[in-house]
Design a protein. Structure first.
Length: 267
């Protein structure tokens, strides 16, 4: 059994358990649904509307991705099926990578379906905006994959599904719900300590601002929406730098989870 087989089995299990359909419905509601509601009530041009909707979705989509991924390993561990998997050819590394790919594929499928629904809404209600549809869904998909990476890393590091759930909720609170407050505290603290002048934005502070996946995705999409360059001289006004942050979020938490999972006593 290879990484590919583990990933295909994980995706098939999600389909049989209706998880794929539930996630797809949630993503469609948060993309096409919010877009339709905003198009009817706000009355803004499509480019402005996409920016507003993107900000709303980046608050809701991360919790979906985290809960899609947080049981990737712990679910198998608590059911006892992980011991069966480990008695077969795949190593713990293969299992983790397969689970990561399977859960990311689930999010990408749901996001692509959401893209089709959102495109239909834009054509029907506004007759405009299709040029932004691809980057809109691309960066939402990358953000979803980044939070899946975090969730799988949490799952691989946790001994139980309850603990993984608690860590997933904590990750959401820190990275999404409370990051503006955390950033403000860091900013004020740096001013009080004399590290920066009030109102200044040194590179390290801008990096902290973009650190969470949802903020990196928003920055990348905003750069595209405003006509910014992919490889601009200023990395914080470019597309490539926040995209690199998103890719790092996919890999680094999963790698950290693997290092814990590799030596864990499954029982």
């Amino acid at each position: 059994m290879s990484v590919r087989t583990v990933a295909r089995k994980d995706l098939a299990d999600a389909g049989r358990s209706k998880a794929l359909w539930a996630v797809t419905l949630a993503v469609v509601l948060f993309t096409a649904g919010i877009t339709a509601a905003a198009a009817v009530t706000v009355g803004e041009p499509a480019a402005v509307l996409f920016g507003q909707v993107f900000q709303i979705i980046t608050v809701a989509l991360p919790i979906i991705a985290l809960f899609v991924a947080k049981g990737a390993i712990t679910g198998e561990r608590e059911s006892g099926s992980l011991r069966v998997l480990l008695s077969l050819p795949p190593s713990r590394r293969d299992i983790l990578i397969g689970k990561l790919i399977g859960r990311m594929a689930l999010m990408v499928i749901a996001t692509l379906i959401g893209a089709v629904a959102t495109g239909f809404v834009m054509i029907t209600l506004l007759g405009d905006g299709l040029a932004l549809l691809v980057p809109f869904m691309l960066f939402l998909a990358l953000m979803g994959m980044a939070f899946v990476g975090i969730g799988v890393g949490i799952s691989a590091s946790s001994a139980s599904d309850g603990r993984a759930t608690a860590f997933a909720v904590g990750a959401y609170l820190v990275l999404v719900a409370m990051w503006s407050l955390i950033f403000r505290v860091i900013q004020v603290g740096a001013v009080e300590l004399g590290l920066i002048e009030a109102g200044s934005q040194p590179a390290w502070l801008q990096f902290i601002s973009l650190f969470p996946p949802n903020r990196a995705a928003s920055a990348a999409f905003e750069a595209v929406r405003s006509g910014g360059q992919i490889f601009a001289t200023d990395p914080f006004a470019s597309v490539w730098f926040p995209t690199l942050i998103l890719l790092a979020w996919i890999v680094v938490p999963a790698l950290g989870g693997y290092l814990r999972f590799r030596d864990a006593d499954i029982g």
